[in-house]
Design a protein around this ligand. Structure first.
Ligand code: KG4
Ligand code: ZN
Length: 344
């Protein structure tokens, strides 16, 4: 197959991402650009979907121009356009999808609709030391927490998932309870660094459930109970609670991931999604993996959270696998879309 130039567009939530990926010489990311809407949504305490959609409209063309400039490539050289079809916010998805389909139609190239979580799942392949298939993947983002057995592009078997809140959602909601700004994950992790280890004991939900499912909403309620029990929290108490929360969630994620690796008989674990940026999670996973002869692979920090590079990559790999290629034109977005429904 001749080398292809794939443009990737991500707009499922509050980040606009654009990237250019070439399949030449084993594949390379040529350029990528990102605009985060965090500051815009912060004053509302969370993502406002309508504002997100409007901002994606404003950002996409300037980001595309930057990517072309940085890569030294022309729009006319693009062979296919990959974009996030779902899951995500319907309006935000529509902006990226409509833009990608319109541009592809005008260029006369096909499109590759991509599953956002597949992008996260494959993002460690952009690293200098990429994993090989098969592997177990721990996908921990703002909207999803899943363990998957991955045997190849498009071959994803669900091993376990959260029954309620996602790990990132639990971080965000707990951070809010502690008065931290949106998005709470990184802010809570920073506060937890100043907390006293083991000073606040919180439950480890479903740690001994025997399966690979998670549940995090009770943990958030346990934090709420602690916060309410103290009239005014001082800085150290807030840090101790943040630490206790992080200790609990990290322990559950690490133990269940190891169980998934053990049960599947594999030796590789891939961690992806925004919570994969958490330093304590990485530290404990690395320590546990070293003990059990497992190798853990992470995306580069900048590709843990949403970005266009992982969408361009997923599009390129799907293209190479001969899947989901469609002529530009009619399209639909899929705000709800289980990853396990995906085939190659
Ligand atoms: O993958 P992502 O960018 O978006 C979704 O697809 O949902 O993940 C965003 C989530 C947010 O909930 C955010 O608070 C969390 O990832 N997150 C973190 C950290 N960085 C981002 N959670 C814990 N520790 C972090 N360092
Ligand atoms: Zn994401």
């Amino acid at each position: 197959m001749p080398a292809m130039l794939i443009l990737g567009i991500e707009s499922s939530c509050d980040e606009t991402g654009v990237a250019l990926y070439s399949t030449d010489a084993g594949g390379a990311l040529l350029a990528h650009a990102l605009h985060s809407q965090i500051l815009m949504h912060r004053e509302y305490g969370g993502v406002v979907p309508e504002l997100a959609s409007r901002d994606h409209i404003r950002r996409t063309v300037p980001l595309l121009r930057k990517v072309l400039r940085d890569s030294g490539r022309a729009l006319g050289e693009v062979d296919a356009i990959a974009y996030t079809q779902g899951p995500g916010l319907a309006g935000a998805l529509l902006v990226g999808a409509a833009f990608a389909e319109g541009l592809a139609a005008s260029l006369g190239v096909p499109t590759v609709p991509v599953h956002h979580l597949e992008g996260h799942l494959l993002s460690p392949l952009l690293s200098r030391n990429p994993p090989t298939f098969p592997f177990v993947a721990l996908l921990v983002s703002g909207g999803h927490s899943q363990l998957m057995r991955v045997t190849g592009v498009g071959h994803y078997e669900l091993l376990g998932e959260t029954l309620d809140d996602a790990a990132g959602e639990a971080f965000d909601k707990t951070a809010k309870l502690l008065g931290l700004p949106y998005p709470g994950g990184p802010a809570l992790a920073e506060l937890a660094e100043r907390g006293e280890p083991d000073s606040v004991k919180l439950p480890r939900p479903m740690l001994h459930s025997g399966d690979l499912d998670f549940s995090f909403s009770g943990l958030k309620t346990a934090v709420l109970t602690k916060v309410r029990a103290i009239e005014t929290l001082d800085e150290q108490q807030r840090a101790d609670i943040a630490r206790g929360f992080q200790e609990a969630i990290v322990e559950v994620l690490v133990k269940k991931s190891l169980r998934a690796v053990r049960q599947s008989g594999l030796k590789r674990l891939v961690v992806a999604g925004g919570v994969g940026a958490n330093r304590e999670l990485r530290r404990q996973l690395d320590a546990a993996a070293a003990k059990h002869g497992i190798t853990v692979y992470y995306p580069e920090l900048e590709f843990c959270t949403d970005n266009g590079a992982m969408i361009a990559l997923a599009g390129a790999l799907r293209f190479e696998a001969g899947a989901s290629i469609k002529p530009a034109g009619a399209f639909a977005v899929r705000p709800r879309w289980p990853l396990a429904e995906l085939t190659h």
